[in-house]
Design a protein around this ligand. Structure first.
Ligand code: GSH
Length: 202
């Protein structure tokens, strides 16, 4: 059985939960209380020295970085519907996974962490930076979705689970992009049972 260290309001954790659910794997969720500093404890730092969730433990294998966990599960179990082998589709999946981490995520964090979770410690400059950058990123995602149902073609992949976890997160700050292709696509991803099951309590 897999063990996933997570937090219900962690978008990085939720994308992994989505895949574990969709693949119907046995897993145990261990919640790390980020709000109480549990991620900084020596116990958790020995599991993930970056003091972040998620971390997946698979017997003697311990992996952090959410997208790396998604790839690991797909390769280990041959989940080629979620991680296509065909080169063009695979390239699209890799592109959007990396775009999500490198380009999109910092903006989502700037906006959501500061507007929703930081209370009086919120950084207004970060919110301004995030809100300033979001329209450009939303336009890129919207254009990437033009004429396609999912990011890499006609069926959902781990790229969709990963990017959509950030779109949901923006919704917590009432900042979900309203571009038409994003709205339609997000509606389709929201229909995926595993994605639904990954969402935090309302
Ligand atoms: N690149 C990492 C980012 C993980 C991440 O930022 N996790 C946040 C929660 S969403 C966290 O644990 N933050 C606590 C900290 O950075 O100390 C991944 O994709 O797994």
């Amino acid at each position: 059985m897999y063990i996933l260290y997570h937090h219900p309001y962690s978008q990085h954790s939720r994308r992994v939960v989505s895949l574990l659910e969709e693949a119907r794997f046995d897993y145990e969720l261990r919640s790390v209380a980020l709000d109480k500093g549990e991620h900084m404890s020596p116990e958790y730092l020995s599991i993930n020295p970056n003091h972040q969730v998620p971390t997946l433990v698979d017997r003697d294998v311990k992996i952090h970085e959410s997208n790396a966990i998604l790839r690991y599960l797909c390769i280990k179990h041959g989940l080629w519907n979620w991680y296509p082998e065909e080169l063009k589709a695979r390239a699209a999946v890799e592109q959007w996974l990396d775009w999500n981490q490198c380009c999109f995520s910092p903006t989502v964090v700037d906006i959501v962490v500061n507007k929703v979770f930081m209370g009086d410690k919120a950084d207004p400059a970060a919110i301004k930076r995030g809100e300033g950058r979001l329209p450009e990123l939303a336009a890129i995602l919207d254009a990437g979705l033009a004429g396609r149902e999912f990011l890499a073609g006609t069926t959902p992949t781990i790229a969709d689970l990963s990017v959509a976890s950030n779109i949901f997160h923006l919704g917590l700050a009432e900042a979900m992009p309203s571009e038409p292709n994003i709205t339609d696509w997000y509606g389709r991803v929201s229909g995926i049972e595993g994605f639904q099951k990954s969402l935090p309590p309302a």
